[in-house]
Ligand binder design. Structure first.
Ligand SMILES: [Zn+2]
Length: 225
């Protein structure tokens, strides 16, 4: 049977060869496009890796610089504080001397009893007794050392506290009983007569303090003459 329709349908078209060529061309083109795109991406990725590496290095360097800067800032602050403290401290000395009062036992006189009491009869005829003068020792003075036990800066003023100390077999110890005090008056070469109460006068030099102590002792000796 003649099947016209079939024959017409399967009749080779003049375009068949062209289509095949076109498909091949498109395939080649697409493949080339993909390869070139992949290569481009590969290259870009490699470049990005470099950028990332550089970025990490820059970040590390930045962190390092930040630390260095903080450190430098801290040092500058400390240096400024230290300079300010040195300026505030002025001619601060960690050890000062003060005249300390002691008493010498005087020889017993022959007017009192063994307890150095004087016995007498009151105007009303009652027996009375009182301490003999020889019981009172003669005051003498010697330099006592005071060390700076603490200090602070208050209202831009440097304040140092001094405490007496004693040296024992184990080393040095501040005396707990003595309260620390600030050295308000520091001897500056004045005449000893002009100085106030010896309790408040601090000496930077032990020799000056010793001369002052000798002067105070001589004054006490004058009193009992
Ligand atoms: Zn006496």
């Amino acid at each position: 049977m003649y099947d016209w329709e079939d024959e017409q349908f399967y009749e080779p078209s003049p375009y068949d060869g062209h289509i095949e060529t076109l498909i091949q061309a498109i395939r080649a083109d697409v493949k080339e496009g993909i390869i070139s795109e992949m290569n481009r991406l590969k290259k870009e990725n490699a470049e990005l890796q470099d950028v990332k590496r550089d970025f990490e290095a820059i970040k590390r360097e930045y962190e390092q610089k930040k630390i260095e800067l903080e450190y430098a800032k801290h040092n500058v602050k400390n240096e400024v504080r230290r300079e300010r403290l040195v300026e505030l401290m002025g001619d601060f000395t960690h050890e000062l001397y003060k005249a300390s009062s002691k008493r010498n036992v005087r020889p017993k006189c022959d007017k009192c009893d063994e307890r150095r009491m004087i016995h007498y009869t009151s105007p009303l005829g009652n027996p009375k007794q009182e301490d003999c003068d020889c019981k009172n020792g003669i005051a003498y003075y010697e330099p006592r050392s005071y060390l700076c036990s603490s200090y602070e800066v208050r209202n831009s003023e440097f304040i140092a506290w001094y405490k007496a100390y004693e040296i024992d077999a184990d080393g040095m110890e501040f005396e707990f009983i003595t309260s620390s005090s600030t050295a308000k008056i520091i001897y500056a070469g004045e005449d000893f007569e002009k100085l106030e109460d010896y309790h408040y006068i601090h000496f930077k030099s032990k020799e000056d303090c010793q001369r002052y102590c000798d002067w105070l002792t001589a004054k006490e000796a004058e009193k009992v003459k």
